[in-house]
Design a protein around this ligand. Sequence first.
Ligand code: HAM
Length: 414
Amino acid sequence: MGPAKLQAPKGTFDILPPDGRRRDSLRAVADDLLGRAGYGAFESPIFEDTDLFARGVGASTDIVQKEMFTFEDKGGRSLTLRPEGTAGACRAYTEHGMHKRPQPVKLRYWGPFFRHEAPQAGRFRQFAQIGAEALGSDDPSLDAELILLLHELLGRSGVESRLRLSSLGNAGAREAYGEELRAHLRHRESELSEDVRGRIATNPLRAFDSDHEGTRAVMADAPRLIDRLEPEDAEHFAEVRALLEDAGVSYELDPTLVRGLDYYTRTVFEFESPSLGAQSGVGGGGRYDGLVEQLGGPATPGVGWAAGVERILLAGGANLPSERPVYVAIATEAHRRTAFALARELRGAGLGAQVEQAGRSMKGQMKHADRLDASAVVIVGDEIEVKDMSTGEQVQVADAREAIAVVAGAAVSG
Ligand code: HAM
């Protein structure tokens, strides 16, 4: 018996070339969209002090209570694989004195995140997020801008989604509301699920998230935070909504929207795609005006979102556009080096080009070119010929330069 087969750990996956290409295209679209709106490339470590997430994401959240990959390093420090990106961005903002830069500071990121959840379709233990954060201004146009950018990104990726929107107001109003909600929950405690009952004291808002029938009935009669916003917060929210309406983006005002992280204030939102089934959240975020300060930095407003790369690709019907390559076929062994050089020249001219590298017959090479969806095949023999794969037309050319000119034409028509 040979050694046991090794497999990728539960809840993780390998990315193979066809999917890799779709991810590359998605990343290019995200970088372009966010870059043009002034969001600069940002990266932070994949592991951070456990304390950052315990304090940032919130001790009573599922993420912190159940889902973190936490370990001790050789120096006895408790570290955690990042479950999300906002806390790290806020830490970096303070650590690098970014409050001294012109505000707002706009950041975009892309990378792996880790949550120890039960794996299912669209839910993994290692997944990638695209994210954007704007720190240092509470201007409602930032909330609207970010929501519109995510809307545009999903649209360009072929994801059909609906937007749920709400406001949580400021921390003070939320606290007063929390007391009111707790009183409501305690009054009807016997109708609630055990899970919700256990969290009345620590996180009563999560009751809105429950699938439990009895709990849902209690929540239908619950007081709503959105009716109790302070005037300044209500005005802020009205402005966000007006900007979205100006942009012609429709949304559903949903006061029961609960996000799984504790740092939110004011605007919260989530994009859901019906094609994703149970894990329907493709992306979400909101404002977190107290977070930087809570992590030991200066009082700094912030707003942002993150979207799941795998969920976007799962929900995206259309493939993002990609370029067809040119294939360089080799007539006989004697032409191998010329063909190899020609493929490099084609790439130098800005075209995608691959040369035969598996010793196939001419028939096999043409079949392979078909499989690659090549726009043209350059056949290198004593003569050089170019076959346009869309029209089937074949012409003889004098040299590499002429081949490149013809091929460039085929790529345009193809
Ligand atoms: P989140 O809603 O926890 O927000 O995650 C954002 C997105 O990440 C989700 O909508 C989903 O697409 C994807 N996601 C989350 N967990 C998984 C998983 N286990 N498998 C696959 N995809 C997953 C945040 O993380 C906040 N940091 C967003 C934010 C940024 N708020 C303000 N700024």
